[in-house]
Design a protein around this ligand. Structure first.
Ligand SMILES: Nc1ncnc2c1ncn2[C@@H]1O[C@H](COP(=O)(O)OP(=O)(O)OP(=O)(O)O)[C@@H](O)[C@H]1O
Ligand SMILES: [Mg+2]
Length: 261
């Protein structure tokens, strides 16, 4: 099944969508949520499970060690072809301590900014790309990748290992502009691209659907503004599926279809 990258502008609802989609999918599948956002910390709470003991970066020796490997590869090959993993692996072979939760739903974090002046997040981007590329999934397994806001991860090549890029579009002009840019970046990378509308009402949904169609962006579904989600997020409680179950079940079917084509 698909490896799906969820992207979008800041605050559009990427982590919310990843959490809700993961919960809906986990009713019938194995789901690995990959937290590839270097800054935000709240995904474990949204999913309702602890943070993993270590990040993938920590497991590999920490940022200095990963950076060293990255720099060596850059010098040798003159490109960004560094591979942190020598062979492919499946969900059953994830590094110990790097995941939290139990199947059918586990969480893995790539790495977080932990120290002032620790340098840029490029090593995390390279690690995320390499991890996703080597990760193999079976028919009843899904991988959902939560990303940081904007399109920087497109530039870092995170898309290479993905089957579908799903952009969360909230009612804003910025989201439309970003969707247009992300569509063309995904096309360049040869990846399928689609949008999911979030926090919409009837009027904003109709407007966004029209605007996205004019920009050649397919829309796979829409979520309304659900007060229970905002409340849970405010308190740091797990996000409730209720209120979003039906659109999410519909979304699961369409995403599976899209990613498989
Ligand atoms: N469908 C929804 N209904 C109600 N509130 C929502 C919905 N989707 C997201 N929110 C709220 O919007 C805010 C931002 O959501 P979220 O953290 O998921 O966005 P994000 O895109 O991951 O943000 P960031 O760019 O910081 O990673 C949160 O307060 C969240 O509870
Ligand atoms: Mg987020």
């Amino acid at each position: 099944m698909p490896k799906v990258i969820v992207c979008g502008r800041g605050g559009s609802g990427k982590s919310t969508v990843v959490s809700l989609l993961a919960k809906a999918l986990a009713e019938r599948n194995r789901v690995l949520v990959v937290d590839a956002d270097e800054s935000n910390l709240g995904l474990p709470q949204m999913l309702g499970q602890p943070a993993p003991e270590v990040t993938l970066m920590g497991y590999l020796g920490g940022k200095p060690a990963v950076r060293k490997q990255l720099m060596a590869a850059l010098k040798e090959e003159g490109g960004e072809k560094v591979n942190f993993f020598t062979q492919d692996f499946g969900l059953a072979e994830l590094p110990p301590g790097c995941t939290s939760g139990e199947w059918p739903l586990k969480l893995l974090r790539i790495g977080k900014i932990e120290h002032s002046k620790e340098g840029c997040a490029c090593p995390m981007g390279a690690l995320a790309r390499s991890f996703l590329k080597r990760l193999r999934v079976e028919p009843n397994e899904w991988v959902l990748v939560d990303t940081e806001a904007g399109v920087e991860h497109f530039g870092r090549g995170l898309l290479e290992g993905a089957d579908l890029v799903l952009m969360v579009v909230d009612p804003s002009h910025e989201a439309l502009l970003l969707a247009e840019r992300a569509r063309s970046l995904s096309a360049e990378a040869g990846k399928r691209f689609a949008a999911l509308l979030n926090k919409v009402d009837q009027e904003t949904e109709a407007f966004l659907r029209r605007e996205l169609a004019a920009r050649g962006v397919p829309v796979l579904g829409a979520l309304g503004f659900i007060p229970g989600i905002l409340q849970a997020n405010l308190k740091g409680d797990p996000l409730p599926l209720s209120g979003a179950r039906q659109p999410l079940i519909e979304l699961v079917a369409v995403v599976a279809d899209q990613a498989a084509v």
